[in-house]
Design a protein around this ligand. Structure first.
Ligand SMILES: [Zn+2]
Ligand SMILES: [Zn+2]
Length: 82
């Protein structure tokens, strides 16, 4: 079964339609890369509308690290995660 790509936190598209000049930075490992299906962000659409920063993770390991570090808000929605 095909997995749905995760919606990008910046352009709210899946796949990401951000220009290549604007890579995403992972909040766990600091890696900057283009959004792909391995990325996840935490928060709400209203946070994005308000321009609030959201926590982003580039991989499964980084998601785990962010959660372990308490960086993910308790009420955050994990966007695009099946
Ligand atoms: Zn994007
Ligand atoms: Zn990462």
């Amino acid at each position: 079964m095909a997995r749905r790509p995760r919606m990008c936190a910046d352009c709210l598209s899946a796949p990401c339609r951000c220009p290549p000049k604007r890579p995403h930075t992972c909040d766990a490992c600091g890696r900057a890369a283009l959004w792909d299906k391995n990325w996840t962000w935490y928060g709400s659409l209203s946070d994005l509308d308000d321009g609030k920063p959201v926590v982003k993770a580039c991989s499964n390991a980084c998601r785990t690290a962010l959660k372990a570090a308490g960086r993910v808000p308790r009420n955050a929605r994990e966007v695009g995660h099946d």
